[in-house]
Design a protein around this ligand. Structure first.
Ligand SMILES: [Zn+2]
Length: 262
């Protein structure tokens, strides 16, 4: 499993370590290495000497982290905690079912909530050049996760989140996400045994792949180089320029009229 390679003492939230936001394209890139979106070269990791109050001080290389947020750390740690805790067997009455309830079903539910928060962030990043009230209204109108990754995604990008994943060679992640969405919905609507051990195991096995697939989609859709950010900004500018020109013209006319009257 991918987590066997994590350094001793570190948690699964270390998945978000080592990234930063590219200063050129706003994509998510590794702190060391060329940006995979725009090709920007890595910063020097050597410490630098700065003069502070007349003294030469060595300043270590440091960059801000990338998209990983507090809730990401919480979700990943909770998923890890659930996976590692001793398995608690369901009560005998639950074992009466042919397909027994997974004792770790909560992992699939936690994972789906984690996924929903990142889709919200992805779409907000894509809409960052849209006036905030319009972006908020759009996300409120398309508030369900299913409609966001399908209908809203089609409106914005003429494709779906699933097809983006497949284009980016993350088809196995797309299949897993569809399964989790379906069985989590069944779980929430009266069929708790829909989340099986096999589904939970698949979620944990692909947690790192899914993490990387989300970054790949973010870099395709939410950067200055590839995304809506600049296209929307350009459209807004194009819309605003005529009205700005007209405003300036009106002001000029008003000043001319006032001058003639004086
Ligand atoms: Zn870049």
């Amino acid at each position: 499993m991918w987590y066997d390679t994590i350094e001793t003492g570190k948690s699964w939230s270390t998945l978000w370590s080592g990234y930063t936001i590219c200063g050129e394209c706003q994509g998510i890139r590794m702190t060391r290495g060329t940006c995979s979106v725009c090709g920007d070269l890595p910063d020097s990791v050597e410490s630098r000497t700065m003069e502070i109050d007349g003294r030469n001080v060595a300043v270590c290389f440091a960059v801000p982290g990338a998209e990983g947020r507090y809730e990401d750390w919480v979700y990943l740690r909770l998923i890890e905690q659930e996976w590692k805790r001793p398995e608690h067997l369901p009560t005998p009455s639950l074992l009466d079912h042919r397909e027994r309830l997974s004792p770790r079903a909560s992992i699939a539910i936690l994972f789906w909530s984690y996924f929903e928060t990142r889709i919200e962030r992805l779409l907000r990043a894509c809409l960052c050049n849209v006036p905030p009230r319009l972006a908020d209204d759009t996300l409120q109108r398309y508030s369900g996760i299913g409609i966001r990754i399908d209908r809203l995604y089609r409106i914005l990008f003429e494709t779906t989140y699933w097809d983006d994943l497949r284009d980016l060679e993350h088809g196995a992640v797309a299949d897993l996400l569809r399964d989790v969405q379906q069985f989590r919905n069944e779980f929430a609507h009266g069929n708790p045994i829909s989340i099986t051990d096999d589904l939970v195991k698949a979620v944990v096995e692909k947690l790192k792949d899914e993490h990387e697939s989300w970054i790949a989609v973010f870099n395709r859709r939410a950067t200055r180089k590839n995304g809506l950010r600049d296209r929307i900004g350009q459209c807004l500018m194009a819309e605003r320029l005529p009205s700005t020109a007209s405003l300036i013209q009106n002001l000029c006319n008003a000043i001319m009229t006032q001058t003639q009257e004086d």
